[in-house]
Write a new protein. Structure first.
Length: 401
């Protein structure tokens, strides 16, 4: 029987498959990765057509569509261009609260409701009781953004909360400063402390930048979580961004599996597969501890931003403007440790973050975190973590979607 299976594979038809995605976006790239993982796992014989510059062009799709298509159905123009084709089409996109909004084709979706619910539960678990959502303008064609806003309102109402919603504008160079000023106005009106869910990591970055300009303490006054877990975005802010992973690679894998079945004659009909989010990748932007003392909050903000610059307790005292005995007592009451230890552990946590999230040499990480030598860094890790920096890096690489 094994030989018969091998023979059938040897004579399986070679198919030409078109992928319609704008792979300059992390979402699309990860979906395509998932498609590739299915090709490797199944060893199906497909010739993949994808634009050389990874952009999606649909003007002549009916002339070169091949034997099957997997496409981004979040883009209405793509969905419209693929209507009534005589080859199998698998749609990939976001989920909808209304069943009538789903396309007629077999469809694999990121679960927008579950994404928002996971982000909300993460913020709520920190002890936050005020919540807000930063989305996209109502006239945007990005339907997934509107679905996430609807999910936010529904999730909060189900839990007895009301949340603030701000859509803003889709930014461009001409209106950038105006848009950021309006975002600043909104942020300053929110109750504190507040947890904000941003519809994407890019929108979350707007919030973090505005908070830095306004000296709004993150995460003590405002905690923010994005959606995408986009590497590029989270490196562009001083405060590392927490984010929800979408499970895009699983989406691509399932879409390719559906198409493979359709090409073999197993027509799936109007099947719908919702892919759950992977996890909240927690970083400093939601590392909220319900601090009450305003002097401790100010000191913590200063320490987070400057610990790795070699600051001493005296500089924290100068920033806050109180005596050492006063601040030390407040830290003991709120944090259970001294100001010196707070600085020490802030450096250690930054070293842990850089080891897990980057490929920087360990010696360079030691310098960036304010340690006098790599040997000193090793001794700190052995004392507090019973590990070496190298072993820590090996064990704490982030989970891949």
């Amino acid at each position: 029987m094994n030989n018969n299976k091998i023979d059938r594979r040897m004579f399986e038809k070679k198919y030409r498959i078109t992928l319609l995605f704008n792979a300059n976006k992390v979402y699309d790239r990860q979906v395509i990765q998932g498609i590739g993982e299915y090709l490797q796992a199944s060893q199906c014989d497909w010739d993949i057509f994808l634009e050389e510059d990874f952009l999606c062009r649909i003007q002549h799709v009916r002339e070169w569509m091949g034997d099957g298509i997997i496409a981004d159905f979040d883009d209405p123009a793509i969905a419209a261009a693929l209507a009534d084709l005589h080859v199998p089409v698998i749609g990939v996109g976001g989920s909808y609260m209304d069943d009538t909004d789903y396309p007629e084709v077999p469809y694999v979706a990121t679960d927008n409701y579950a994404l928002v619910q996971m982000a909300y539960q993460h913020l709520k678990s920190k002890g936050l009781e005020h919540f807000a959502f930063y989305g996209l303008p109502e006239n945007s064609w990005k339907r997934w953004a509107h679905e996430r806003e609807r999910a936010f309102v529904h999730v909060l109402a189900s839990d007895g909360y009301q949340g603030a919603v701000y859509r803003g504008q889709e930014t461009n160079p001409e209106t950038w400063q105006y848009d950021m000023n309006r975002l600043a106005d909104w942020l300053q009106q929110l109750p504190a402390p507040v947890g904000i869910i941003a519809v994407t990591d890019a929108r979350a970055r707007h919030i973090l930048q505005v908070c830095e300009h306004l000296n709004i303490l993150v995460p003590d006054r405002l905690a923010v979580v994005g959606i995408d877990n986009e590497d590029l975005t989270r490196y562009l802010t001083r405060v590392p961004l927490s984010s929800v992973g979408q499970g895009c690679r699983a989406m691509g894998y399932q879409a390719a599996k559906l198409l493979h079945g359709a090409l073999r004659g197993r027509h799936p009909g109007r099947v719908r597969k919702l892919i759950a989010p992977t996890a909240v990748f927690e970083r400093q932007s939601t590392d909220f501890k319900a601090l009450k003392d305003p002097y401790v909050i100010q000191a913590m903000h200063y320490i987070r931003l400057n610990a790795c610059k070699g600051i001493k307790v005296e500089q924290v005292l100068d920033y806050v403007g109180v005596s050492r005995s006063n601040l030390e007592k407040r830290f003991r009451d709120e944090r259970g440790q001294s100001v010196h230890n707070e600085i020490h552990f802030a450096k250690l946590h930054q070293a842990q973050h850089l080891l897990a999230a980057t490929d920087l040499p360990i010696a360079e990480i030691a310098g960036l975190c304010g340690y006098p030598s790599i040997h000193y860094l090793y001794s700190v890790f052995r004392k507090h973590l019973e590990s070496t920096p190298r072993d820590y890096r090996t064990l704490h690489r982030p989970v891949v979607e």
